[in-house]
Design a protein around this ligand. Structure first.
Ligand code: GRF
Length: 188
């Protein structure tokens, strides 16, 4: 039986797409469903193309037992947050210890915490004058961006870079590494 990944995503879903593409022809690992809190999320289009079932949820079902029960029935081997903006309820963290991972578009602990997502992160990196930024893949615990680090990769920031070009570089790094790290976690 193949290992199951459930992806939670709020936005464009380019990481979710990279993960679905990576495992599309795998016989050992499958993306079994996508859950989003945003009806307009680009991730739904990507999921349709890969034939992955999708679920939309509101905050109430996320914070009550509805999503928890769905996940208990689904029995995922890994829950992957790919651009997911809501805080994960403690009940989920406790029910799936070491099974929920997130990707953050910077080198944590730098540029993490509440409010540090998307363009906010890349703007802060640009303003800091840091010579490097990167990605962090980490476990989820009860606090934003503080779970154990699984993997980091870095990329240079040039003087000519803008927050947008930094975002592009970081996205490339994410698409390259995230599917591979997920594969490693599920096969070791
Ligand atoms: C990524 O940069 C990820 O690090 C962050 O949210 C962004 C999602 O991008 N958590 P996408 O929706 O996968 O394109």
């Amino acid at each position: 039986m193949s290992k199951k990944i459930v992806i939670l995503a709020s936005g464009n879903g380019s990481n979710a797409k990279a993960i679905m593409r990576h495992f599309d022809s795998s016989t050992k690992i499958e993306v079994s469903s996508i859950i989003s809190n945003n009806r307009q999320a680009g991730v739904f289009e990507h999921a349709k193309r890969f034939g992955v079932p999708c679920l939309w949820m509101d905050k109430e079902s996320f914070e009550s037992d509805v999503v928890l029960n769905f996940l208990l029935t689904e029995e995922p081997d890994l829950i992957v947050l790919a651009g997911f903006l809501w805080k994960i309820p403690v009940s989920l963290v406790q029910t799936f210890p070491n099974k929920i991972i997130n990707i953050h578009p910077a080198l944590l602990p730098k540029y993490g915490g509440k409010g540090m997502y998307g363009a906010h992160v890349h703007r802060a990196v640009k303003e800091s004058g840091d010579a490097h930024t990167g990605i962090t893949i980490h476990y989820i615990n009860e606090h934003y961006d503080e779970g154990g680090v699984i993997f980091q990769a870095q990329v240079g920031v040039e003087t000519a870079d803008t927050a947008d070009s930094i975002a592009q570089k970081v996205h490339q790094l994410e698409h390259k590494h995230f599917p591979l790290i997920i594969e490693q976690l599920l096969t070791h």
